[in-house]
Design a protein around this ligand. Structure first.
Ligand code: PLP
Length: 413
């Protein structure tokens, strides 16, 4: 037995991060062969066509002009009130549901997931997400002594598999009093899928049907990390209107994050936004999440909260930020369009991509495929059942020809 001083539940914890592993391999290849030949499709951030990390220019300007005391000072535990207002307004745009809403500041979208697990599941409970999911969901669940189960995301028509979702919700509710489902849409990581409005209707029908049993609680945590790169502003938010007049035992949580939408990845600023028909449930939501913030990280980044409030409260600045972001949205579209067109030509099957930073090619042996791609100096992230390509990070010139090479690698292993 290896020597350990850790508590029994902490023993053996070890974060193996495939994304950082793949990215390190790409950097090694760059050092050896030069940047021109290497295609690094592992990075989950926007790189421009010169492969430089993008900060939206107006976001940078506002951030640099903040008074120093706004950058360094503590903030209220719940978050700056005008930040919370801005976060909610920017999340809903014209699609505010008829419901009570409240927000509490968190350390990014990750902080929202942390609080959702901590406050809406029992220790030992199982949470639910789709079989294609962002790896840290599981780490967050297991570190909090919970488990994570999955439903099948796609049916045979490559649409949202509502049957699988429904049967897993009911299976979990048969053994525990609440179910928390983590739903990453629109522009899902890793596939790029977005639930349609009618698929949202079906998801909410499942929740409402389950909620008929008053002893059960249903929480849908919608991970909107990529919302601002999902298409037209109000179209991509139209589903939020459907959160009106839900039963009291259904709670919607939205995971607002400034990481992607405002290119503030490392500044760790987000908000947990609650939507409920019950005033009491929303009051409880504010109280318990604020308490968990105090117990987890105290307050969060004041400067970044001030940044969002400043952007939101000046229409011209906001319009400029949205314009700049839309240009990068178009850039990502252009890159993904090239990949999709060439994938079709090469008969390469990919999962349905609607929008977002990533697209995915299913594979039987993802590690071997990624390894094989290294021969062509292409670096992607091997997932459990596929290969993830970060179209956010690869210039169009380097995307060109990539699908064909992926097809060849798949055939070779
Ligand atoms: N959810 C998904 C699906 C993500 O890909 C990410 C970041 O990569 C996040 C949430 C959380 O991001 P952050 O904690 O930086 O807001």
């Amino acid at each position: 037995m290896t020597v350990s001083i850790a508590a029994s539940h902490a023993r053996g914890k070890f974060a193996t991060d495939k994304i950082f592993g793949a990215s390190a391999a790409a950097n090694k290849d760059v050092a050896k062969y030069g940047n021109e030949v290497v295609v690094n499709a592992t990075i989950g951030a926007i790189l421009d066509d010169k492969e430089t990390l993008v900060c939206l220019p107006t976001v940078e300007k506002v951030f640099r002009n903040l008074p120093m005391n706004e950058v360094i000072n503590y903030a209220p535990i719940a978050g700056l009130p005008d930040y919370l207002e801005a976060a909610m307004a920017l999340t809903f745009a014209d699609n505010r549901p008829e419901a009570y809403t409240a927000a509490v500041a968190t350390a990014g979208g990750s902080g929202v997931i942390h609080h959702t697990i901590a406050n809406y599941t029992e220790i030992g409970d199982t949470l639910l997400t789709s079989d294609w999911y962002w790896g840290p969901y599981k780490v967050l669940c297991e570190d909090a002594l919970r488990k994570l189960d999955t439903y099948t995301l796609f049916d045979e028509k490559q649409k949202f598999n509502i049957k699988s979702f429904e049967s897993k919700v009911n299976e979990l509710l048969a053994k525990q009093n609440s179910v928390v489902a983590l739903i990453n849409t629109p522009a899902h990581n890793p596939t790029g899928y977005s639930l349609t409005d009618s698929e949202w209707d079906s998801v909410l029908d499942v929740a409402k049907t389950a909620a008929k049993d008053q002893s059960k609680r249903i929480v849908l945590m919608v991970d909107i990390a990529y919302l601002d790169y999902a298409g037209e502003k109000n179209e991509s938010r139209a589903f939020m209107k459907k959160f009106s007049n839900l039963p009291d035992n259904v709670l919607i949580i939205l995971a607002f994050s400034m990481s992607k939408g405002y290119t503030m990845y490392g500044q760790r600023t987000g908000a947990i936004i609650g939507v409920s028909s019950s005033k009491e449930i929303i009051k409880e939501f504010e109280d318990i999440n604020q308490y968990t913030s105090r117990a987890t990280w105290s307050n969060i980044n004041r400067g970044c909260m001030r940044l969002l409030a400043t952007i939101y409260n000046d229409k011209a600045i906001l319009a400029q930020v949205e314009k700049e972001r839309n240009e990068y949205y178009s850039l990502i579209r252009e890159r993904s369009n090239i990949f999709m067109r060439e994938a079709k030509e090469a008969n390469l099957h990919m999962l349905p991509y609607i929008a977002g930073f990533f697209l995915t090619i299913p594979a039987k042996n993802p590690d071997a495929v990624c390894e094989k791609l290294h021969d062509d100096h292409i670096f992607a992230v091997p997932l459990a059942k596929g290969v993830r390509i970060a179209v956010c990070a690869v210039p169009s010139a380097k995307i060109t020809g990539m699908a064909g090479k992926v097809a060849q690698a798949l055939a070779a292993v």
